[in-house]
Write a protein that binds this ligand. Structure first.
Ligand code: GLN
Length: 282
């Protein structure tokens, strides 16, 4: 069996099962099974696939056909320039969230000296750990409601050599977390409860607690807007990722007496997804 032929067959199989992006999914699974870079499969389609690799590949394909997210099968997801270990304990970090982390970094670059950041709903830890890697002076509070997710974040921190600068806090509100911090960044669960049953099987195999944002999807976002002022340093920022029309709605509800420099940002798909605001220094 050659890589090229294995990929063609696998992509057809995945497509027949209704899997999105069958080609790239097949490529990642085969590359992982063979232990070669994905692009090598494309430049050298004649590469032979050994029996053991083929067996591993086929196992991965079956899981993909069953609707498991690719990242759970591989066991990792790249997030900007770090590799995050993921499994069913945590939400798979999304490309939009890489943009959120970029916005947070742009804000932190305007600050000097010691930096204290809080990642609310840390999940795998992707956002906060990437920031900690990017800013050697940064200390991080990784706040998470799910003990299982928090354990995953701690494993990632250790694997990235960042554990010494991270405090892991199990909490389901900002209220009990000590401040003040320079930045609160969050990709909270923001899907309205009623929308959840219609989601793709890949998404439904992720932790419900990481997805379900309550009736309007904004339970956590409202809580953060309400409590962040008491946890931020003056001129500290709250930066959140939300869905569809939510960002503008939340921003409109943030009082000018409390917040300044309020703005929303579009993601690369043109969706108004991020809310940015700085706490007044008055
Ligand atoms: N902070 C994590 C991420 O962005 C998890 C977010 C969540 O569970 N909603 O990937």
């Amino acid at each position: 069996m050659t890589a090229g032929k294995a990929l063609l067959e696998a992509a057809a199989r995945l497509a027949a099962c209704g899997v999105d992006e069958p080609g790239p999914n097949a490529q990642w699974l085969l590359a992982d099974a063979m232990g070669v870079p994905r692009l090598r499969l494309l430049s050298e389609p004649g590469l032979p696939v050994e029996a053991a690799a083929l067996r591993k590949f086929k196992k991965g394909l079956v899981l993909k056909e069953q609707g498991l997210p690719l990242a759970y099968i591989l066991g990792w997801q790249d997030f900007r320039d770090i590799r995050i270990k993921v499994d069913k304990r945590v939400l798979v970090p999304r490309p939009e969230t890489e943009e959120l982390a970029g916005l947070a970094a742009a804000f932190l670059r305007t600050r000097s000296g010691e930096l204290l950041a809080l990642d609310y709903g840390a999940g795998s830890g992707a956002i906060g750990l990437w920031l900690a890697k990017e800013f050697p002076a940064l200390r991080l509070k990784a706040v998470e409601k799910s003990a299982r997710a928090l354990a995953c974040a701690a494993e990632n921190a250790a694997a990235l050599g960042l554990a010494g600068r991270v405090e892991f806090i199990k909490a389901s509100t900002l209220e009990t977390v000590a401040g003040p911090v320079d930045l609160i960044v969050s990709n909270p669960p923001y899907i309205p409860t009623s929308v959840i049953p219609g989601l793709a099987p890949e998404v439904l195999s992720e932790p419900r607690v990481a997805l379900d944002g309550g009736g309007d999807g904004l339970d956590i976002a409202w809580m953060l807007v309400r409590l962040a002022p008491s946890k931020l340093k003056k001129n500290g920022a709250l930066i959140m990722e939300l869905g569809g029309a939510q960002a503008k709605k939340i921003m409109a509800a943030m009082p000018d007496a409390v917040w300044k420099e309020k703005r929303t940002h579009k993601d690369l798909n043109g969706i108004e997804r991020f809310v940015f605001a700085v706490l007044n220094d008055k």
